[in-house]
Design a protein around this ligand. Sequence first.
Ligand code: PEP
Length: 249
Amino acid sequence: MPERTPYIAANWKMHKTVAEAGEFVDALLPRIAATQHDVVICPPFTALSAVVERRYGTAVKVAAQNMHEEESGAFTGEVSARMLVELDVEAVVLGHSERRQHFNETDEALARKVPTALAAGLEPILCVGESEDAREAEQTDAVLQRQLQADLAEVEPGRIAEVVIAYEPIWAIGTGRTATPEQAQEAIAFIRDVLRERGAEADRVRILYGGSVKPGNAAELLAQPDIDGALVGGASLDPDDFAAIVEAA
Ligand code: PEP
């Protein structure tokens, strides 16, 4: 089975000014200097360049938190893949549940965003996950299958392994409630099966868990055989906490 390099991503959401982003990176870099993992920081658009400039020569990659599917046009407030690539951004978070919930991000848009990102040379970090109601109604697998089928509909099977998938149960994001390692493993193994059925080299796909990951629970989650990393929100705002999660992986 191919080795999957652990992938730990910091989703800062709408936090950190340019000055605060710079302070964070300066504090983080010495703490993770020896890591062999992929360490990815997802700042707000305004702080992308500040993080890119500081991470040159390090293992840290930079991801945007969203992008538009069109190359250019009358889309006020939006940013294209080409604009991100020009900044030396390497990846982009797509389909985060906060964007699906508050900004009407649809599966139709995601079906275009994922191949657009790949074509531009950006690594998509595609987020999928069920609501609490769906989990209680035992619809978790159905929701995950529907999202993956829709959002990856236009990606050739041979390129699916270039997409990083983040399993983020909505009920665990920013709530302090974490999926148990068994729940996360079960959902992520299911995601891998769906990708395999879609024709992907599923054993190569990095699949992350996201939802209230902290230094205290990271090791147990990341020890699960199918969990290849973490997408970390709240705990990624502090360089000590984030470095501890990187170390736990
Ligand atoms: C996230 O923003 O993707 C996330 C998982 O947030 P938190 O770690 O705060 O739950």
